[in-house]
Design a protein. Sequence first.
Length: 309
Amino acid sequence: MRRFKNILVCLDPGNRDHPALEQAVKLSRSNEAVLRVVTVHEGLPLWTRALLPSRVQDWEGVALQGARSRVEEVAAPLRADGLSVSSDVLVGQPFIEIIREVQAESHDLVLKDLEVDTALAKPAIGSTDMHLLRKCPCPVWLVKSRPEKPLRRVLAAVDPVPGDDEVRNALNTRILELATSLAVREQCKLYVVRAYESIGETFLATELESREYSEYMERIQMVRLKSSREFIGKFEKHCGEMDVRYVPGDPGTTIPEVARDEDVDLVIMGTVTRTGVPGFLMGRTAETVLRQVDCSVLGVKPKGFVSPI
């Protein structure tokens, strides 16, 4: 994956293990990339200061110094090992400060450990994670806490369509370029999933005669599958082991099912439906999939995406 040159990794200072950092170090070495290690200190809300003793600013300073010491303890051995590493503590709301850091320093990848769902006692997509997937201008890799296992199976979810949809096809291209290069570097198996729903099925079933309806559905599926095979086929020569699945049904259901059935370690998918428009909404399918998968996620946005932050 020789494409990321300026990587940002965000640490949770309360965790002892940092699988996102481990993955970031591997990428930094293989890409000869610059690595920046940060943590975010949220601090106390402004309204609480009137209720606290006058020494609250001193306490905040001690907390910040402690955070800087901890993140530097992580960065120093990597620097001594020859990597180009800097460290810092950001102050404020985590997703906002991470995105501002990306914008200020032109980072091309963010890695972060998945948040821990305290009710389920396991990693899951949390509020900060979802904000980053929606609004961060560069790809976001949320790493599940499984540092003892290398990547074995990667799933790329794509939705190429017939016609000249430049934004969608450019995003699908970006997803498959990342997926194939990662599969080659990690020597892992790549699943490419094209899930599709019937177009106009409910409406047309009531408007067309039975024979016309069946012929229409058959033709539209043939055109769609032909287009998808042609698009995905361009990437097969770049990957050693690719398993392509054309799966009928709701993508929000079928993609997580394939990920679970094949015990996938990482899902790579697009996370927005609009580009260049501040205040966009994450696609329904993307949000549904992200809340169901039980593995690491790499969220990709279209070229030209504008963050609302």
